[in-house]
Design a protein around this ligand. Structure first.
Ligand code: FES
Length: 93
């Protein structure tokens, strides 16, 4: 069974399960992802996705509301829909 991963900036990759949201996977792994609400409201978890965009489920209404660019997702909203390694970037805290 393939193992998918989530990578934040230049940190080591962490496991990512199908159906799991990117923020949850990063927090489970202790990665220093930025977030506030975990519910698609604040936009604080916005990230640029440089790899694995095609493995993610379609954008949610919250992501449309926040006007994410084509290569941006809200980490608390974006779920892994297919196996793949996802690489996201957020400004350092
Ligand atoms: S943490 Fe607030 S929108 Fe994702």
């Amino acid at each position: 069974m393939p193992v998918s991963t989530i990578t934040l900036n230049d940190l080591p990759p962490a496991p990512l399960q199908r159906g799991q949201d990117l923020l949850g996977a990063m927090l489970d792994a202790g990665l220093p992802a930025m977030y506030l609400c975990m519910a698609g409201s604040c936009g604080r978890c916005r990230c640029r996705v440089s790899a694995g965009l095609e493995a993610l489920a379609p954008r949610t209404a919250a992501e449309e509301f926040h006007g994410c660019d084509d290569d941006q997702r809200l980490a608390c909203q974006a779920r892994l829909d297919d196996d793949g390694d996802v690489h996201v970037h957020q400004p350092p805290r």
